[in-house]
Design a protein around this ligand. Structure first.
Ligand code: GRF
Length: 299
């Protein structure tokens, strides 16, 4: 499980959401530049490791060196900014390249910086929202990993809109952070385990998922040196298998061994279409599950 460090400066409601909805990651440190930040006290009361240091009287480089050491000592692999009000130096960002994410209260690339809600209302926008993005040297400029849109109501002011967007932030951030840190196998595992009566075993050296003793999904990573990362799932038979492969040869292929039984491989390399992958795995579970489980409501 990936270890995440959360940096905050204030109330820490996003940090609380990240802690309470943690999936695929564990919060290894909550750190703040404000020793009296309410969020820090909440984290400490929950028994989470915390770190606090005011930057007053310490140069930026020295300050960040101490912060960096605290994060690394805690085993942090990914940093989640959650209302952290200090700009990280280019140097710090370079040291953690691709491993820092942030939540910003606007639909980026709109309204980088502060006062996002007032600016969205003044522009007459129909929607505000929030974005989780990678942190780069450019302020609020890194790749957007996920967004939630929130309608702007006629009588909204910056505070009422901020409150509604904040609720959306608390749903969005844990979900996107989980997706960001989880490997394709983690994601398949988490969705396979959420289906009734499943278990995971190693079969032919590959992580394989079973329902009531019958296999329904197998993740293959460079199986017999084929260079592919796929999940093999059941189809209704040879016709569906052939149709899928013909219609989308970049997504589907015929797996070794399981192919003759009508299974397909779904490509997981690059940026897979996750809703499609999830649907295929769930369908495969249905094809393998005994009648008693399907009658009980299935997935
Ligand atoms: C949130 O609105 C977040 O989008 C922004 O700072 C605020 C932090 O709030 N980056 P909280 O401390 O998480 O409650």
């Amino acid at each position: 499980m990936k270890k995440v460090g959360i940096l905050l400066s204030g109330r820490g409601s996003n940090m609380m959401a990240l802690v309470e909805q943690a999936r695929g990651y564990a919060v290894a440190l909550v750190a703040s530049d404000k020793p009296d930040a309410p969020g820090l006290a909440w984290a400490a009361a929950r028994g989470l490791p915390t770190f606090a240091l005011s930057p007053k009287g310490i140069g930026k480089a020295a300050y960040e060196a101490v912060l960096d050491a605290a994060l690394r000592d805690a085993g942090v692999e990914t940093i989640a900014l959650a209302g952290y009000m200090r700009l990280l130096s280019d140097d710090f960002v370079a040291r953690w390249r691709g491993k820092i994410v942030n939540i910003h209260p606007s639909l980026l690339p709109l309204y980088k910086g502060l006062d996002t809600h007032a600016r969205a209302i003044a522009a007459g926008d129909a929607h505000g929202g929030c974005s989780v993005h990678l942190v780069t040297e450019e302020l609020d400029g890194g790749r957007v990993l996920g967004q939630a849109r929130v309608p702007i109501a006629p009588g909204d002011d910056a505070d009422t809109l901020a409150a509604r967007v904040l609720a959306a932030e608390h749903a969005l951030y844990p979900r996107i952070l989980a997706e960001f840190v989880m490997t394709p196998l983690d994601r398949i595992r988490s969705l396979a385990r959420a289906l009734p009566d499943t278990e995971e075993r190693v079969s032919h050296g590959q992580p394989t998922f079973f329902v009531a003793g019958k296999q329904f999904a197998q993740v293959r990573d460079d199986h017999h040196g084929d260079g592919l990362l796929v999940v093999c799932v059941r189809t209704s038979g040879a016709d569906e298998q052939a149709m899928l492969i013909e219609a989308a040869p970049g997504t589907y292929s015929r797996p070794a061994y399981l192919g003759p039984s009508g299974w397909v491989s779904v490509n997981l390399a690059g940026a897979p279409d996750w809703p499609l992958v999830e649907d295929r795995v769930a369908r495969s579970w249905e094809l393998a599950a005994p009648a008693r489980l399907l009658e009980a409501g299935g997935r």
